[in-house]
Design a binder for this molecule. Structure first.
Ligand code: PBG
Ligand code: ZN
Length: 328
């Protein structure tokens, strides 16, 4: 056939030197945050089922792990507290012996400002019901939960956290936390808001990690319905008005449309949480030889970045640096 294509996009795909030159999206360690689980009920480091390489560990063990990770090039972390000290009023969330509080104090002491520390703000690890807010007779009580969330945020700020990350999905919590932080003298502690957090099946492995599964019912009365896309813009607008510094979408991979919408709707930095179930899916595929782990991880994180997230929370970060898939 003597048809001669005028346009030849393949010219820019000829070899890797050219492909790297024209690549639109790059993944770098500076934009990635590694999550950790810090617990007061383990003595041995405990590897989480379904999440190889991810542990529940004591505050002292965590300091050691993070010391190693810093050498590897991880400078940004997100902490989740895990405890069996659970009560209806979630009082252990803001107690001095909350394992996240204990760990942050040690980390700040040891690493000063070399380490950027963020921490989750939610009640599900501290309530006996396993719900993200306090219960009244009928339901999760939005407004009663706000003051406890605000107290927890202030306690984390006192311990030395850089950012607090409310993941509870109560209405008004960003504003309540902002006001409490300001009143307590922490105007520079930023809020990474879980703005569009969906009631997702992809949190399965995390709930085992954080021992935070609801004892009855589900989280659909506060987390978003996955059938809704436009509603995420409402949530974003509210969090921005209430003073959020960063807007987050969670999970990431099944919600790329939402990341893209939110990124178009705000000039604030947009984050995405590459959640536990997404991590487990990759690990299982790779373990069974169905795909190359590096390729899966890079493809997933590139998709999340392409959609519009500039910050990604991912359990893969340590492997990525250790295996040399990215450099620090
Ligand atoms: C708790 C919380 C969850 C996650 C982060 N904070 C679980 C949930 O809402 O049930 C999920 C993280 C992950 O799956 O990696 N509010
Ligand atoms: Zn929660």
């Amino acid at each position: 056939m003597d048809y001669w294509p005028i346009r030849r996009p393949r010219r820019l795909r000829r070899n890797s030197i050219i492909r790297d030159l024209v690549a639109e999206t790059r993944i770098s360690a500076e934009r990635l945050i590694q999550p950790y689980f810090v617990s007061d009920e383990v003595t041995e480091r405990y590897e989480i089922p379904g999440m190889p390489g991810i542990f529940r560990e004591t505050p002292d063990q965590l300091v050691k792990s993070i010391e190693d990770d810093l050498k590897l090039g991880i400078r940004r972390v997100m902490l989740f507290g895990v405890t069996d000290d659970k009560h209806a009023d979630a009082r252990s969330a803001y107690a001095d012996d909350n394992p996240a509080v204990v760990a942050i104090e040690k980390l700040r002491d040891q690493f000063s400002d070399d380490l950027f520390i963020s921490a989750d703000v939610c009640l599900c690890a501290y309530t006996d019901s396993g719900h993200c807010g306090l219960l009244n007779e009928h339901e999760v009580d939005n407004d009663e939960s706000l003051s406890v969330l605000a107290k927890m945020a202030v306690r984390l700020a006192e311990a030395g956290v850089d950012w607090v990350a409310p993941s509870d999905m109560m209405d008004g919590r960003v504003g309540a936390i902002r006001q409490a932080l300001d009143d307590a003298g922490f105007p520079n502690t930023a809020i990474l808001a879980y703005t569009a957090k969906y009631a997702s099946a992809y949190y399965g492995p995390f709930r085992e990690a954080a021992e935070s599964a609801p004892q009855h019912g589900d989280r659909k009365s506060y987390q978003m319905d996955w059938r809704n896309r436009r509603e995420a813009r409402t949530e974003a607008q509210l969090d921005i008005e209430e003073g959020a510094d960063i807007i987050m979408v969670k999970p990431a991979l099944a919600y790329l449309d939402v990341i893209s919408d939110v990124a178009a709707a705000t000039d604030l930095p947009v984050a995405a949480y590459n959640v536990s179930g997404e991590y487990t899916a990759v690990k299982l595929m790779a373990q069974h030889g169905f795909a190359d782990e590096r390729d899966l991880v890079m493809e997933n994180l590139t998709a999340i970045t392409r959609a519009g997230a500039s910050i990604i929370l991912t359990y893969h970060l340590r492997d990525m640096l250790r295996e040399g898939w990215i450099t620090s």
